[in-house]
Structures are given as structure tokens and as C-alpha cells.
Design a protein around this ligand. Structure first.
Ligand code: ADP
Ligand code: MG
Length: 682
């Protein structure tokens, strides 16, 4: 065995990892040894829990068996189904996989597999749904009793990952400790190297828990340190003080055909004060859908526009960018600044792009609206002083730097978000931001009528839909999943779309939108809905951060109990934005009416209250969600663990005081760097 393996070595430096293996690893974003050792198992199988087929009971099961009678077919709806039968001495059981056609080719006969999956009722019979398969021969009799299972893909198997992992730890791996010895002993934490080893090759579930806790500690420590460091770096930056012309602000506000809410006034004032400070503004404005965040941002921009500075407004989608462009141009007419507004997105034609970039570069336009395309290298601002980011909780520090590189000073940042994150969570996640909340809503809003409905009464919902569509109104239908690769829980948009299109509403115009569609297709579908060429839009939560379609009045949410309260609240904010009353139907299983959590939605329309309730009932995960979990890079840390947070916070203070540049903390510093590269919760 070669010795002295460094964590920064490329994966191809390992014995046995050739060019083909290397590309396989790269397909799951593993390039270095470090990447691989931080690729943690998806789950663990307790070998001592194996049962025989005869003794299987519904739920998560694990057994060893041979497999035969593998066949693949397509369902009526075009879904690929692979079926097979597993045998042991006691009996046989059916296995089923959805949308994994490669299974048929890869399953071998006459070998024993370790099979793990959900044993459940499907079409009236019990079978094992989407099981993972491991060759029994990969586990020598005397190997550990806890087996790590990694997320595998078509290209790379859990076994390859496990074997390569074993090779790494057999080498003399040079893995620096991320924390001082005193900290480890004081907090009784495992060493990093031991923790990483235990996570991949656990001796016992007890040591596995300790290992996870140690890694979780590092994860939160990184969050706290990142906030401290970013905040300090920002405070060092030279701010651009602008002379705020209060009359301009007042005049503009008077041109509006509504009165600002108290929250809007207060936050505008806060922002204008921020512009007088020595360091750049870094503010997050949280407010429910429809609470009027755009106006706040627009008022904040006025003085830049008249002082020859540029403002850049970044929207999460093209459709939203276009919509903002129209509203903002319209509103700025009153103060004769509308000719300063320009739109630049991915679909702007190449020739217009050249012209627009030229105008931006020569400061001929001052209010630049677009998507992330604006952050591309070749957009050269001439005098950018304020960046507004809509519907994104955290603008990546790196993204901000990318823009800063185009200016001689650090621009101010104003982030707008409709997700009401609980205060304590916000302090952990976005410690470097100042946070303002738009608490009260414009008075002319109709409340949305929310009703919880068991699926057996779905006909009532369909009747309402038909009635509203006959009345020229439009409908959103939201499901938690894209495909029905798991028939047992969760309605999918593809399933519902087909069913409604073929049976219930075959005479109406239906649209389908979800995150796996190309963004061009998504934009087209959304535009069709806006143009009322679609009556009913079946969607995943991609519409959550969405557009204003005042004509949409009904929001139906299937399997509502699978969503967070704040999330549902945001979804229902999509309807009833115009003159007509909005309806929200929360559909679920028979007993959904007894679901106290979901019932809260019938009573409260306060997004902040709902978020705090969600946080209290379901914990942090329900707020920042599964995907975001990945972006945050929290593999083991549980943000509900107050003790863990407290300990890490105290430690971060100490580290920051003694070594503000993190010279002694290379691993942590690298992780902060990585964190700064991503934007969270977007
Ligand atoms: P969001 O916070 O969801 O971004 P918008 O800024 O898009 O909300 O505002 C929603 C609508 O409410 C817009 O049509 C806007 O002009 C209007 N609006 C904003 N503030 C007020 C207010 N104080 N009174 C009445 N209408 C308002
Ligand atoms: Mg908005």
C-alpha cells in the first residue's frame, strides 16, 4: 500500500481507480479524496436484523435472497416498471422498481443479494417497493454488522464507493484535525479522523451517533464562523454614502395610488439610514406574498438613480424579471425615471444583448432588471451601487463578490424574501444579515378562503374548479412529486395531469410544470398561463416563488400534509391577488380534517406565525426543506438541537477571537469558502 495519502489528492491517485472509475466518481461530484470521505452513507443496514421472507412484516425490511423472473414493462401511463421475485428457503416475495429500466440488465441469477426496501401493499398485494440490492458476497462473514449504503446511480454502485472508501482508510491518510485538542477533550468530541472512519465503517450504532455528532459540530461551527467572518469583512468595506433626497422619496410615494403600510414606511426609513453608514447595507426584507416588497425596493433605489448610480434587480426566474420590468417601468413614469429601466435575461436576443451591455457599461441605463444572467462576467456595470435580490434568502457571498469585482467599492445589498424564517433560525443561517419584517399587509386584500378536504370529497373541489373556469378564472393544482415512482405516498403532477386531462377536465386547457423541465419550457408554460391560454396549471412547488397572475383564484394542494405550513401559505398567496376572492383547498387522506397542524391554515393567514408553528411542530427541516439541506451542506447537523448550536456558537466566538484569519483552521476555512460559493435556499 502506498503511504502518505493526502486529502487533497485526486481520487485517481488511489490504487485501483483508473480513468473509467474516475469519470464515474466525477459523475457524482467526487474529485478528491476529501470529496469522497465526505460522501456519507445514505443509510445503514443492521445486518443482525435480517429476517426470512416468511417473517416479513410491513415497513422497512432487510433480508437475503436470490432473485429470478426479472421482467420490465411499461404501464398504461408510460411509467417503466421492473418486477422480479426474491426467494429464500422459507418462501418468495415480489420486488418492484419504478423508472429503473437498467435493473433488468444488472440483476444476476444464482447469487445471494442483501435486499432492503419498503414492504408494502400495492394493488392489493404485499411487495417490496424500490429495494436496494447488495451482493451478499461483498460482505465477508466476519465483517462489521452495520453496513453503510451509499446513494448509488446507474454509473456507480454503492459497492464501488464502499470499496474505494476502504482503500482510502487502509492507506496512511493524512487528515489534519479541524479543532484544537483542548476543544475536543472539553466537549468530549471524537477526533475528525476517527469520526470520518466511524461514519463509513461503524463499530456500533453508539459510536456511529458520536461520529455523526462530531461532524455535525463542524457543520454548525462553519455556519457561525462564516457569518462572523463575512460580517466583519463587509464592515471593513468602504461604503458608498449617498445624499438621500427626502423630497424625492416623498414625491414618489405621493404618486402611488395607495397608502404605504406602517411596515413599509418603517423599513424604507431603516434602509435610508443604512445608506448613511460607513459600511455597506446587507439587509433581508421578509414579508408575505403581497405584502409589498417591490415598492420598498423601488423607493430604496430612487436616490441612486438620480445620483448617477446604477441599481441591479435580480429575479429568480425570467418570467418574474419580465413582470418586474413592466411594473417598475410603469411606477417610475411618475418621476420621469422610466427611461432608465432596462431588462436583460437569457432570452434577450444576441444583438439586443450587445446593445444593452454597452448601455450598461456606459451608464446610459441605471435600473437594470434581469436574472442571474446579469452576474455573467461580460456584463460590465459602470456605476453599480445597489443590488436587489428578489425571493432568495441568501445571496451567495461569492456572487456578491463577482459583482463587486466590477466596481471599485462594495455595493449595498437588499434581499427580498417571502419565506418567513423563524427568527432564531434566521440568526443561525444568516447571521451576517440585518433582518426586517413586513408585518402588516395592504388593507385592500381579500382574505383567501382555505378549506381542508379529504380526498373522498374531491368531486366538490372539481365542481368548484369547473365553476370558476366557466367564470373565466384560473386554477393551480400542486402535488408534492413529479413522477409516481412511489405509488404509496404522494400524488405526482404527472399522474394528476394525465388523470384530469383524460377524464375529469378533458374539455379544458391544462398545463404541466415542474422542476425537471428545461427552463425554456417552464417559461413557455408559465407565459401561457399568464396569457390565459391555460385554465388549469398542474405544478410542483416551482410556482412557489412565482408570478402574479391576478386571474388565478383557486389553489388545490394534494397531499397537503406533506408540505410545511409556511410553504402552503406561500403557495396560497399565489391566488386571489386580483379583485376576486381566492380559494385554497388542502386535500389529503381520509383523516386530514383531524390534522391539527394543517387545520391551523384555515384559521391563520399570518406567515410569520405559521413559520414559527412549523418550526415548533416539525423542526428546522420543515422550514429550510430537503433540497436546501443539501445546499447548506448539513449532512448530520440538526438545527433544532439547541445545545449543539450553543456549544458551536461559543466555540466560534473563541476561534474567531484567537485566530480571525483561521490560519490554524484550514479545513474549516475551506468549508466556509465552499459555503460562500453557494446561495442558500434559492
Ligand atoms: P410581494 O411582497 O409579494 O413582492 P408586491 O410588491 O408584488 O408584493 O405587491 C403586491 C401588490 O400590492 C402590487 O400590486 C403592489 O402595487 C400592491 N401594493 C404594495 N403596497 C401596497 C399598499 N401599501 N397598499 C395597497 N397595495 C399595495
Ligand atoms: Mg415579489
Amino acid at each position: 500500500m502506498s503511504s502518505d495519502l493526502s486529502i487533497n489528492d485526486l481520487i485517481s491517485n488511489l490504487n485501483g481507480v483508473g480513468p473509467i472509475q474516475r469519470t464515474k466518481f466525477e459523475s457524482i461530484n467526487i474529485f478528491s479524496i476529501l470529496d469522497l470521505i465526505y460522501y456519507f452513507p445514505r443509510k445503514y443496514i443492521d445486518y443482525s436484523n435480517l429476517v426470512s421472507i416468511n417473517d416479513l412484516t410491513p415497513g422497512d425490511v432487510c433480508f437475503k435472497a436470490t432473485i429470478d423472473k426479472v421482467c420490465g414493462r411499461y404501464s398504461k401511463r408510460g411509467l417503466h416498471i421492473t418486477e422480479a421475485v426474491a426467494y429464500d428457503q422459507t418462501g418468495s416475495v415480489k420486488l418492484i422498481w419504478f423508472n429503473q429500466p437498467y435493473r433488468k440488465q444488472t440483476i444476476k441469477h444464482d447469487v445471494v443479494y442483501l435486499i432492503n426496501g419498503k414492504f408494502n401493499l400495492f394493488s392489493g398485494r404485499l411487495l417490496v417497493n424500490n429495494p436496494s440490492l447488495e451482493l451478499m458476497s461483498d460482505f465477508p462473514v466476519n465483517s462489521a454488522r452495520i453496513i453503510p449504503i451509499y446513494s448509488a446511480t446507474k454509473l456507480i454502485s454503492s459497492k464501488t464507493i464502499r470499496q474505494t472508501m476502504a482503500t482510502i482508510f487502509k492507506n496512511d491518510l493524512q487528515l489534519p484535525e479541524s479543532l484544537p485538542k483542548e476543544t475536543l477533550s472539553k466537549l468530549q468530541l471524537m477526533s475528525l479522523k476517527q469520526a470520518l472512519y466511524e461514519v463509513h465503517f461503524p463499530k456500533s450504532f453508539d459510536s456511529l451517533e458520536k461520529a455523526k455528532y462530531r461532524i455535525a459540530f463542524d457543520e454548525v461551527l462553519v455556519l457561525f464562523l462564516a457569518a462572523r467572518i463575512n460580517k466583519k469583512n463587509l464592515a471593513k468595506e468602504h461604503a458608498l454614502k449617498i445624499d438621500v433626497n427626502i423630497d424625492l422619496v416623498k414625491n414618489f410615494i405621493q404618486t402611488l395610488n395607495f397608502k404605504l403600510t406602517n411596515s413599509q414606511r418603517q423599513i424604507i426609513w431603516q434602509i435610508l439610514l443604512d445608506f448613511q453608514k460607513d459600511y455597506p447595507m446587507n439587509r433581508l426584507v421578509q414579508g408575505d406574498v403581497g405584502s409589498g416588497k417591490t415598492i420598498v425596493a423601488l423607493v430604496a433605489s430612487l436616490n441612486f438613480l438620480t445620483n448617477n448610480f446604477q441599481v441591479c434587480f435580480i429575479a429568480p426566474t425570467e418570467v418574474l424579471a419580465i413582470q418586474h420590468y413592466h411594473t417598475i417601468t410603469e411606477l417610475l413614469k411618475a418621476v420621469h425615471l422610466d427611461d432608465q429601466v432596462i431588462l436583460l435575461t437569457g432570452s434577450t436576443s444576441p444583438s439586443s444583448k450587445i446593445k444593452i451591455k454597452d448601455q450598461i457599461g456606459h451608464n446610459e441605463v441605471k435600473f437594470i432588471i434581469g436574472t442571474h444572467a446579469l452576474l455573467q462576467e461580460d456584463v460590465k456595470f459602470s456605476n453599480l451601487a445597489l443590488i436587489i435580490v428578489d425571493e432568495q434568502h441568501r445571496f451567495g457571498v461569492k456572487q456578491r463578490q463577482a459583482i463587486q469585482n466590477k466596481t471599485s467599492y462594495q455595493p449595498h445589498l437588499l434581499a427580498l424574501s417571502a419565506t418567513p424564517i423563524p427568527r432564531s433560525l434566521a440568526l443561525t443561517l444568516f447571521g451576517e444579515l440585518s433582518i426586517s419584517r413586513l408585518k402588516d399587509k395592504p388593507i385592500n386584500r381579500h382574505p383567501i378562503i382555505t378549506e381542508v378536504i379529504p380526498e373522498s370529497n374531491i368531486e366538490l373541489v372539481y365542481q368548484t374548479i369547473r365553476q370558476k373556469v366557466n367564470n373565466n378564472e384560473q386554477v393551480f393544482i400542486v402535488c408534492p412529486a413529479i413522477t409516481s415512482d412511489n405509488f404509496f405516498k404522494g400524488k405526482s403532477v404527472e399522474f394528476i395531469y394525465q388523470e384530469l386531462k383524460e377524464q375529469v377536465f378533458s374539455d379544458l386547457n391544462l398545463g404541466l410544470i415542474h422542476g425537471q423541465l428545461k427552463s425554456k419550457v417552464k417559461n413557455e408554460v408559465m407565459q401561457k398561463f399568464i396569457d390565459h391560454k391555460i385554465d388549469i396549471l398542474v405544478a410542483t412547488t416551482v410556482i412557489e416563488v412565482g408570478v402574479d397572475v391576478p386571474n388565478a383564484t383557486v389553489m388545490v394542494i394534494f397531499d397537503a400534509d406533506q408540505f410545511g405550513l409556511a410553504q402552503i401559505h406561500q403557495l396560497r398567496g399565489r391566488v386571489g391577488r386580483g379583485e376576486k376572492t381566492g380559494y385554497c383547498f388542502l386535500v389529503g387522506e381520509r383523516n386530514i380534517k383531524q390534522n391539527a397542524r394543517i387545520k391551523i391554515l384555515e384559521k391563520s393567514s399570518d406567515g410569520f406565525y405559521l413559520a414559527e408553528e412549523d418550526f415548533r411542530i416539525r423542526g428546522a427541516g420543515s422550514i429550510y426543506g430537503e433540497n436546501q439541506h443539501g445546499a447548506l451542506d448539513l449532512k448530520f447537523a440538526n438545527l433544532d438541537d439547541k445545545k449543539l448550536l450553543d456549544k458551536a456558537r461559543i466555540e466560534s466566538q473563541k476561534i474567531f477571537k484567537s485566530d480571525p484569519e483561521l490560519i490554524q483552521y484550514k479545513i474549516i476555512k475551506d468549508k466556509i469558502e465552499k459555503l460562500n460559493n453557494i446561495s442558500l435556499l434559492n
